[in-house]
Design a protein around this ligand. Structure first.
Ligand SMILES: C[S@@+](CC[C@H](N)C(=O)[O-])C[C@H]1O[C@@H](n2cnc3c(N)ncnc32)[C@H](O)[C@@H]1O
Ligand code: SF4
Length: 342
């Protein structure tokens, strides 16, 4: 799923506070890894980021409970997403962290008790954990927590090229159940999450993104070496410049940055990760908003909930018009593409 741990960065090469100070004003920052809490100067980084960023969310495996609680005490407004890949057995098997589920869950409970609002699970849905999706949502809902979802991607960032969903119908069915739960809630935020999960069904069937991708135009990704890139979804690193070596304005207006933007305009990877989708949902709000209005009204006034078969591709697959091999070819899984080409 993610092999980043096999290519660890060296502490002395990692991004410094001096480089972080060069970042521009941001309305949102996601701090991720590797594991962000391995860096003992994380509080200094967050302090610096709050000077330039309106909102910060940290993605973590939840293992360093004491460090997470200490950080939350200093920054009660910070968002924390603990990655949990299903119920206890499934999570511990996928993540391979001893007692990982309990550690993550107990950390979240402590954070909620402290009054932290922007905390919750992050679950990356795949064949092995799809059946746990709604169960985990229920646990999260009981604690009134956030519930972020993703599905498998391949990229330089995940150090992966072979991730793929095999049983698309099973996975989509579980997303469908989650979407209907979210639409039944009274929270507009959850209705828009329902739209995001609808986009995940579209993604796992290899279809074009529901919304344009404007990464590198108004959003960027910076890695531990100071390399600035459009996103974390490309196959290879697409570097716009290195922030250790220049100012933000020089980097953002450079020839290399323009070259990368041209590539993004032609990018065919069709990712559907919150980092690139959330800005698009804000920018092209009418499209998710219309979907939300139609589906919320339908869930209130009729007994007809959301169906995955609203997606033509799901119907075509069910009816045998497209095959698993056809869909595999549309994915970013290199093994599958190679197999299909030979
Ligand atoms: C790569 S982790 C890094 C941060 C932290 N160590 C953690 O465990 O959350 C960030 C998020 O990416 C998700 N993830 C891992 N592999 C993925 C993949 N191949 N495609 C999409 N998301 C993935 C994880 O489940 C997690 O929610
Ligand atoms: S679709 Fe967007 S987020 Fe995905 S690799 Fe292409 S530019 Fe990056």
């Amino acid at each position: 799923m993610c092999n980043r741990y096999k290519s660890p960065s060296k502490a002395e090469e990692e991004i410094s506070i001096e480089t972080i100070k060069k970042l521009p004003k941001m309305y949102f920052t996601n701090v991720t890894g590797g594991e962000p809490f391995i860096r003992e100067d994380l509080p200094d980084i967050i302090r610096e980021l709050y000077k330039i960023s309106d909102r910060i969310v940290i993605s973590t495996n939840g293992y360093f409970t004491d460090r997470i609680i200490a950080l939350a005490k200093e920054f009660p407004q910070v968002g924390i997403r603990i990655s949990i890949e299903g119920l206890e057995e499934t999570n511990n098997e996928i993540r391979g962290l001893p007692n990982g589920f309990q550690r993550g869950y107990q950390t979240l409970k402590k954070l909620r008790k402290m009054g932290m609002k922007d905390v919750g699970f992050g679950m990356t849905v795949q064949d092995r954990n799809a059946d746990d999706l709604v169960h985990l949502y229920n646990i999260s809902d009981k604690l009134d927590m956030e519930f972020a979802t993703a599905s498998l991607h391949n990229s330089f960032y995940f150090v992966e090229t072979t991730n793929i969903i095999h049983d698309r119908q099973k996975v989509a069915k579980n997303f469908e159940k989650l979407i209907n739960r979210l639409l039944k809630s009274n929270s507009p935020k959850k209705w828009f999450r329902a739209y995001f999960n609808h986009g995940l069904i579209n993604y796992i069937y290899g279809q074009p993104r529901l919304l344009p991708c404007d990464m590198s135009f108004d959003t960027f990704f910076i890695d531990p070496y100071g390399d600035v890139m459009p996103c974390n979804g490309t196959k290879e690193k697409e570097v716009m410049g290195n922030l250790n070596e220049c100012t933000w304005n020089e980097l953002w207006n450079s020839y290399a940055a323009e070259r990368v933007r041209k590539k993004v305009r032609k990018c065919d990877r069709q990712c559907w990760m919150i980092g690139s989708v959330s800005p698009a949902m804000h920018k092209y709000i009418w499209k998710p908003a219309l979907w939300v209005v139609v589906h919320k009204l339908r869930s209130v006034f009729t007994d007809k909930g959301y169906s995955m078969y609203e997606n033509k591709i799901c119907r075509d697959y069910k009816d045998g018009i497209v095959t698993k091999e056809d869909l595999d070819k549309l994915s970013t899984c290199e093994e599958c593409i190679d197999k299909c080409n030979c």
